[in-house]
Design a protein around this ligand. Structure first.
Ligand code: MGD
Ligand code: MGD
Ligand code: SF4
Ligand code: MO
Length: 710
């Protein structure tokens, strides 16, 4: 591998923003990480996490070789022995207990990892297990279900055209901290300034006055879990004045059904339960109708709650009813060079929601994947199909999924747990094998997923920056070799084994090259890997263009505005109009110097004041005799945690906030720096039994809690 000293250009693989980096290497070590000003997409933007990429690389706790659990501790093992034994044990479990006895969980970094995106899915298919889980169901599953039912494919996800909009309405997202999600848009600060400069407005609905809300022209506190009421009221108000259907008018099916459904949800009726003034709802509806370029966007706060799918649906529908779906400045669709919606050879798309259900709790699958909120049940409930083995790819579900304590316990009962992870995390501490991949700086990168969700069409390939040390393999090779070992165990024929060997020989670069050439921008004179390599800052392919009609399957004539699967849930929303309001509920909070559960071992990022604190509104604190800095206990149905209270009028009264991804004090975890100030896990409070009724997505926000001083 070529890793010469000098300035190298690479994409940051940590979050959806895909920033271009300018990395200085001296004597084989990184001495500087900056934003790449020549990157046409990120234009020099970078956040503090990028500087920690070298920390991940040099972290002394990072595993430098595969390990196996023994009664006396971790033991070094060779790759060949590890993979052969894992494949044999997977094969035995599946032969004795059925294919679904071995489950898989794919964590968030999987989607940021070119190798895992290319080599992971074939292994998962080959495993033939119905017990497939991922971080999707603690995240964007509702958006995917809505896209599946409304546009015909779970990956036809609308992206807000922030660079051209004049009215940006944000429900439950904090892009100034998260750097955007289902909206790859590096440099949100600049983009919002540009919005202002062209006379545009930002409106935020959030139970916390967030960093983004503070920059908004209007911020509305909304009671957690009640966005569906606000959205219905906006739709009702739009119908009252007359919807604006725009260029898709002929294609919209279900307009009248929606008109009927929204009737009970007048702005006045929802004001009480949501906390949003009726006049503000009516005025916003009018602005959405009359502003030529406007968009409503919603993210984590609206999908990881009890009405997740309903919210995603109503947001897309509201955009359609105001003429802002698939139109400039509205909710648009990217056209990436490597297209996950239409991989080479695909012409027709199929909806894939609810074709089967989970064994224990009868939760629906999307695209063959089940909601992770039921993973522990599936491990702990005896019977045919019980999970006995789990392969965990780049995930830490003990800290990232609801009722992490229960899953923690369930994992310790497995016959086989294999973690492909660089660290001995809260999850990996239960593993029988941990297979460590090369660090992010040592692998090539192409964003297979996020160009599909980007606010501008661009494309970029990055070569590795550093040679890795130790006996580690790139993720793709780990997965590919496991696949081949399993094929051997199953006595696969020569044809399959040759194909697997050939695919491995191509490597990610070969596969990306092929996909680019066969993709929509390929062809004789089109894109190829060598063309991308010649422009390491990336290639600009232009702004988003209206394309939904072409993006939908050719056999699909319409956009479904009132999918049957969703209409049935409206009654539940209706009962919410006069449901009792819990006294105190918990919501989450992302922080700029943190990335879910796994960057707390970088001193550079964790130094400074304690960040795993509970934000409490002064009135709520006073009622409970709590003062700023007090140790407090939060209790929910499933557990209790203790942290420090931080009084803040940025909170809506009746709502407290705790960041997730902390709680690094579980015994057996090897995270030296993180362990010094472990914090507590918000998912020791979230309830795995409470899910979004339609999709089964986890409810991580709006969790009823009690708070007291300790
Ligand atoms: N309460 C609450 N819970 C939440 C959320 C919330 O807002 N509130 N957010 C949810 C969301 S949006 C998400 S996406 C999930 C994330 O859930 P997970 O994906 O389960 O958790 P992560 O914390 O991202 O852990 C990723 C793991 O992958 C490892 N890793 C990092 N890079 C690589 C790599 O390149 N290869 C391999 N093999 N391993 C790697 C890390 O060491 C870490 O152990 O958490 C969810 N959980
Ligand atoms: N720095 C940093 N960046 C990240 C991550 C990280 O951990 N750290 N994680 C990455 C990942 S995996 C993802 S998925 C994205 C997520 O990206 P975002 O969705 O933009 O991030 P969150 O901060 O989770 O924003 C959710 C917002 O919803 C609000 N909220 C909570 N409950 C409700 C509710 O009921 N209604 C409404 N309207 N709002 C509510 C919260 O107060 C919060 O401000 O961020 C990504 N980027
Ligand atoms: S915003 Fe995201 S992609 Fe950009 S530097 Fe920070 S972590 Fe990396
Ligand atoms: Mo996420």
């Amino acid at each position: 591998m070529e890793t010469r000293d000098g300035v190298r250009h690479a994409a940051c693989p940590l979050c959806e923003a895909m920033c271009g980096l300018r990395i200085t290497v001296e004597d084989g070590a990184v001495t500087g990480v900056r934003g790449d000003p020549e990157d046409p997409f990120s234009r020099g933007h970078v956040c503090p996490k990028a500087a920690a990429l070298p920390d991940l690389h040099t972290d002394p706790d990072r595993l430098r070789h595969p390990v196996r659990r023994t009664p006396t501790g971790w033991e070094r093992v060779s790759w060949d022995d590890a993979l052969a034994d894992i494949a044999a044990r997977v094969h035995t479990l599946q032969s004795e207990h059925g294919m679904s006895a071995v489950a898989t969980y794919a964590g968030n970094p999987t989607v940021h990892n070119t190798g895992l995106m290319l080599y992971g899915p074939p292994l998962l298919r080959y495993l033939k297990s119905k017990a497939r889980f991922s971080a999707t169901s603690v995240d964007q599953l509702p958006h995917m279900v809505a896209a599946d039912q409304m546009f015909g494919h779970r990956l036809l996800l609308p992206v807000p055209d922030v660079d051209h909009t004049e009215l940006f309405v944000v429900f439950g997202a904090n892009p100034l901290v998260s750097n955007g999600s289902l909206m790859s848009a590096p440099g949100m600060d600049r983009r919002l300034r540009e919005l202002r400069a062209r006379g545009g407005r930002l409106v935020v609905f959030d139970p916390r006055r967030t960093e983004t809300a503070r920059k908004a022209d209007a911020h509305h506190f909304v009671r957690p879990g009640t966005d569906g009421l606000v959205l219905m009221a906006l739709i009702e108000a739009v119908f009252r004045e007359g919807p604006v259907l725009g260029h898709l008018a002929e294609r919209l099916e279900g307009v009248d059904a929606l008109r009927e459904l929204c009737q009970p949800f007048t702005a006045e009726a929802v004001e009480g339960p949501t906390g949003v003034p009726a006049a503000a709802i009516r005025a916003l509806a009018e602005s959405l109708r009359t502003t030529p370029r406007a968009v409503v966007y919603g993210r984590m706060g609206v999908c990881t709650q009890a009405f997740g799918t309903l919210n995603a649906w109503l947001i897309y529908a509201l955009n359609a009813l105001t003429g802002h779906l698939d139109s400039r400045g509205g909710a648009m669709f990217a056209q990436p060079a490597l297209d996950l919606v239409y991989p080479p050879g695909t012409r027709r798309l199929r909806a894939s929601f609810d074709h089967r259900r989970s064994r224990v709790r009868d939760l629906p699958a999307l695209g063959g994947e089940l909601p992770v909120a039921t993973l522990a049940d599936e491990i702990q409930t005896p019977g045919e199909g019980q999970i006995r083995g789990l392969i965990c790819l780049a995930g830490n579900p003990v800290l990232s999924t609801p009722n992490g304590r229960k899953l923690d316990e369930a994992l310790s009962e497995l016959d086989l747990l294999v973690c492909i992870d660089p660290m001995i995390t809260e999850t990996a501490r239960h593993a029988h094998y941990i297979l460590p991949p090369t660090s992010a700086l040592s692998r090539p990168h192409y964003d297979i997923a996020f160009h599909l969700l980007a606010v501008r069409n661009t494309t970029r390939w990055s070569d590795p920056v550093l040679q890795d040390d130790g006996d580690v393999w790139p993720d793709w090779r780990i997965v590919s070799r496991l696949h081949r070992q399993l094929a051997r165990q199953r006595g696969a024929g020569l044809a399959l084994r040759t194909r697997l060997a050939a695919t491995e020989a191509l490597g990610p670069s070969g596969l990306v090259d092929l996909a680019l050439r066969l993709g929509p921008r390929g062809g004789l004179r089109g894109l190829s890997l060598s063309k991308l390599r010649a422009q390491p800052h990336g290639i600009d392919l232009g702004p988003l263009e209206p394309c939904l009609t072409e993006r939908m399957s050719p056999d699909r004539g319409h956009i479904t505005l009132a999918p049957e699967a969703f209409v049935g849930d409206v009654q539940r929303l209706r009962t919410h109009l006069d449901a009792p309001v819990p006294k105190l509920v918990l919501i989450g909070r992302r922080q700029l110097r943190s990335n879910n559960s796994w960057m707390h071992n970088s001193r550079r990022l964790t130094k400074g004041k304690d960040r795993c604190t509970v934000l409490v509104h002064p009135t709520d604190a006073e009622e409970r005799g709590i003062v700023d800095g007090d140790a407090v206990e939060l209790t929910s149905r499933v557990g209790a945690v203790r942290a420090t209270a931080q009084l803040s009028d940025t909170m809506m009264p009746g709502v407290v906030s705790l960041p997730h991804g902390w709680g690094h004090d579980r015994p057996g975890t090897r995270l030296g720096v993180a362990g010094e100030r472990p914090g507590v896990s918000a998912n020791d409070l979230t309830d795995e039994q409470v899910v979004d009724a339609i999709s089964g997505n986890a409810v991580l926000n709006g969790v009823p809690v009690r708070l007291c001083a300790v």
